[in-house]
Design a protein around this ligand. Structure first.
Ligand SMILES: CC(=O)N[C@H]1[C@@H](OP(=O)(O)OP(=O)(O)OC[C@H]2O[C@@H](n3ccc(=O)[nH]c3=O)[C@H](O)[C@@H]2O)O[C@H](CO)[C@@H](O)[C@@H]1O
Ligand SMILES: C=C(OP(=O)(O)O)C(=O)O
Length: 438
């Protein structure tokens, strides 16, 4: 398994170009299943998760080709309605095919995703929503099956805002009879991007970016040409890299309007953020002032930036209280940061970070996507060498990560350790996971 090796201590300066957003591209690709025809996507990021959804769409019968105009997805002839366990276990966003398949074909079968490193992550609200639209839901042999002769609009109230739940229900409702109202809907920019795509296909979705989304069902949809929005979490990660290393990074192809909570917090740390010339310019300053963070649904501080921000708080000048309110187990990176010298105490969903730590490079293990990004950032400011294993998590969500950091001046490379003998010390257990899993 590959490792990322970082020699810390370089100040990062220069320009970096942000890729399309993973979390926008996934539902937008799933939306192509809603109607037969040729969709064209631009700004699709080069990521493992994109490979996984492409594989899933092909299993279902889509034809996918690269062209100079973009990624062409032809969904004219579908031959299957199933998302198998093998794909869902690699990428839980596979559940996003449930809504469009149910809407178009009246049937879908998807492996239940199960828990993941950061929490239980059930899909009960997706399923309750489909039931409210008239679908019969059965759970058997680890699969969820949804069936309906036709779907009928209804009012759906989410207990808590769910991003993929809102997206799944929006896709299910666009072809339903009558009007669907989603209350307490997620307001994330990726939800709005999907609503824009659905409208470009002929759907009638209003209220996206607010907590009430109204969908008036239509009889027909048409293929569309769409551009994926920039990845706000990748953007935020490079912003933290500038703050952390005291460097100056000009971030291109970013949308600062999607990062207001992160920018506000960064400015409070003393970091300069300038969004006036179309790019996002971030200049790290010393000392870094400690701030408290509480993750919340958008437009609050994103849970997907919590781990990266924690590294910045490790080198800040005081105490920082980080509260994680979205996922119940999203502090796994703390144990690895502690091994690098961080002073962090976790109590329930709060992490108290005592700043002024001198991080030192160590062998660490990535446990999930953003925890991996946090370890890369920690390696960049740590003294000495950091080796990060299980980096397949990073490949799910960060396009060309090493190239981008290297172009900013980081000393970072990917290596493939020599295979160890079967019974030699430190050998990967036979049951050790060697493949991505969400
Ligand atoms: C592919 C994608 O877009 N992933 C993002 C999406 O994940 P995802 O859509 O899975 O996250 P949700 O917004 O659904 O989760 C929010 C909370 O609701 C809970 N919940 C969710 C659905 C449900 O049916 N029942 C339930 O209890 C979850 O366990 C969690 O505690 O939003 C998260 C929160 O911003 C981000 O961290 C992920 O990067
Ligand atoms: C948690 C994330 O992704 P996913 O929902 O695909 O696991 C993420 O992008 O940080």
């Amino acid at each position: 398994m590959d490792e990322i090796v970082i020699q810390g201590g370089q100040r990062l300066d220069g320009e970096v170009r942000i890729s399309g957003a993973k979390n926008a591209a996934l539902p937008m690709l799933a939306a192509s299943l809603l109607t037969g025809g040729r969709f064209c996507y631009t700004n699709i990021p080069d990521l493992k998760d994109i490979e996984s959804i492409r594989q899933l769409l092909c299993t279902i019968g889509a034809q996918i080709t690269e062209s100079p105009d973009g990624l062409i997805v032809d969904t004219t002839g579908l031959n299957d309605v199933e998302a198998p366990y093998e794909l869902v276990r690699k990428m839980r966003a596979s559940v996003l095919v449930l809504g469009p398949l149910l809407a178009r074909l009246g049937r879908a079968r998807v492996s239940l995703p199960g828990g993941c490193a950061i929490g239980a992550r059930p899909i009960n609200m997706h399923l309750e929503g489909f039931s409210r639209l008239g679908a019969r839901i059965t759970l058997e042999h680890g699969y969820v099956q949804a069936e309906a002769e036709s779907l009928t609009g209804n009012e759906i109230f989410f207990d808590v805002p769910t991003v993929t739940g809102t997206e799944n229900l929006m896709m299910a409702a666009v072809l339903a009879k009558g009007t669907t109202v989603l209350r307490n809907a997620a307001k994330e920019p990726e939800v709005t991007a999907l609503a824009d795509m659905l409208n470009a296909m002929g759907a009638r979705v209003s209220g996206a970016a607010t907590s009430t989304i109204t969908i008036e069902g239509v009889d027909r949809l048409y293929p569309a040409t769409v551009r994926v929005i920039p990845d706000r979490i990748e953007t935020g990660t490079y912003m933290v890299a500038a703050a952390l290393t005291g460097g100056c990074i000009r971030i291109l192809n970013a949308d600062a309007s999607h990062l207001k909570a992160v920018i506000a917090k960064l400015r409070k740390t003393g970091t300069e953020v300038d969004t006036s010339d179309g790019a996002v310019m971030v200049t790290g300053r010393r000392p870094v002032t400690s701030v408290d963070i509480k993750t919340l649904p958008y437009p609050g501080f994103p849970t997907d930036m919590q781990a990266q921000f924690m590294v910045l708080m490790c080198i800040a000048n005081g105490l920082s209280m980080i509260s994680e309110t979205i996922f119940e187990n999203r502090f796994i990176h703390v144990l690895e940061l502690q091994r690098m010298g961080a002073d962090i105490q976790v109590s329930g969903n709060h992490a108290m970070v005592r700043g002024a730590a001198r991080l030192s490079g160590a062998q660490v293990m990535a446990s999930d996507l953003r925890a991996s990004a946090c370890l890369v950032l920690a390696g960049l400011v740590a003294e000495g060498t950091t080796r990060i294993s299980r980096v397949y998590h990073l490949d799910r969500g960060y396009a060309a990560l090493e190239d981008k950091f290297r172009s900013l001046g980081a000393d970072i490379k990917r290596v493939r350790p020599k295979p160890k003998t079967a019974d030699g010390p430190g050998t990967e257990p036979a049951s050790g996971r060697t493949e991505p899993r969400n």
